[in-house]
Design a protein around this ligand. Structure first.
Ligand SMILES: [Zn+2]
Length: 129
């Protein structure tokens, strides 16, 4: 069940779940061209979705995960959150979208080609699900 689209981590509940992060690149980040991208992830630790998305939305963090390179280089436009959701189920729902970088964020996942998807310019964020 969707907990909606959030542009500020402060409105996100501190519960476990999955999320789709919307990231805009205004400059190339090879092999990615400028454009919008969707990253599917999950947050199960302390602080849950609010803590994880607060980290994604903050600048000047230590690069720890693959996606940190994108959030540092680009602009996080917001995130859909799904309480008790599953990141791979979100990838499956978005499987109609192009995969710009096989293996991105999914190195320990056996079911997904990538946890990063490209959002074509013709699609509005609110229409992706
Ligand atoms: Zn997966």
């Amino acid at each position: 069940m969707s907990g909606g689209f959030h542009i500020d981590a402060g409105t996100i509940p501190p519960v476990p779940g999955a999320y789709v992060l919307v990231i805009r690149l205004d400059a190339p980040l090879p092999p990615l061209a400028p454009g919008r991208y969707l990253y599917c992830g999950s947050a199960k630790g302390a602080g849950g979705l609010r803590a994880r998305l607060g980290r994604h939305m903050r600048k000047d963090k230590k690069i720890r995960w693959h996606v940190d390179r994108l959030t540092e280089a680009g602009v996080v436009e917001g995130a859909f959150v799904f309480e008790d959701g599953d990141e791979c189920a979100l990838v499956a729902k978005l499987s109609y979208l192009p995969v710009p970088w096989p293996g991105f964020g999914s190195s320990d996942c056996r079911s997904c080609q990538s946890h990063l998807l490209a959002l074509p310019g013709t699609l509005r964020v609110i229409d992706i699900f």
